[in-house]
Design a binder for this molecule. Structure first.
Ligand code: GSH
Length: 134
């Protein structure tokens, strides 16, 4: 059972050992302090934020926005803006990749393997270096 009393969904893991110490999705969603990132896969600024979240080892919820800003009434109601990326961290709403990354770096400690995540990105996807540099 989750804290809200809703039954947890059973998840079948195919081809891999079950992960340990993973927060079930329902529990994550019930957690008031979970970060929400309003973003899109095609947005390079969103991508920078997602990489930093990965480096910091942070679980977060993806809010995928409609393509057209005119269709983002739900986002504006939730965040006060229609531009991506936008991060909601509790009562705080941060707009723009640099401001979001600055916020994360101010409030979250960098785990020891953060640099390895960064290096892995450059190794797996060299185009990242063209976009962002070394
Ligand atoms: N200075 C902002 C620029 C963000 C930006 O240009 N976002 C693009 C998408 S990648 C955008 O707003 N496109 C219009 C939209 O769909 O919201 C940042 O660094 O995050």
């Amino acid at each position: 059972m989750s804290p809200s009393g809703a039954p947890l969904r059973r998840i079948a893991h195919v081809g891999r050992a079950s992960p340990t110490s993973v927060i079930p999705f329902r529990v994550l969603c019930d957690h008031a302090s979970v970060l929400e990132l309003w973003q899109a896969e095609w947005c390079p600024h969103s991508h920078r934020v997602r990489l930093r979240l990965t480096e910091l080892g942070i679980d977060w919820i993806a809010r995928t926005v409609p393509l057209d800003r005119d269709d983002r009434d739900g986002m504006e109601a939730a965040t006060g803006d229609r531009a991506i990326p936008t991060l909601v961290d509790g009562e705080t709403v941060i707009h723009g990749a640099d401001a979001i990354i600055g916020h994360l770096d101010t409030h979250r400690a960098e785990p020891v393997d953060a640099a390895r995540h960064r290096a892995q990105m450059r190794a797996e996807w060299p185009h990242w270096v063209e976009l962002e540099g070394e």
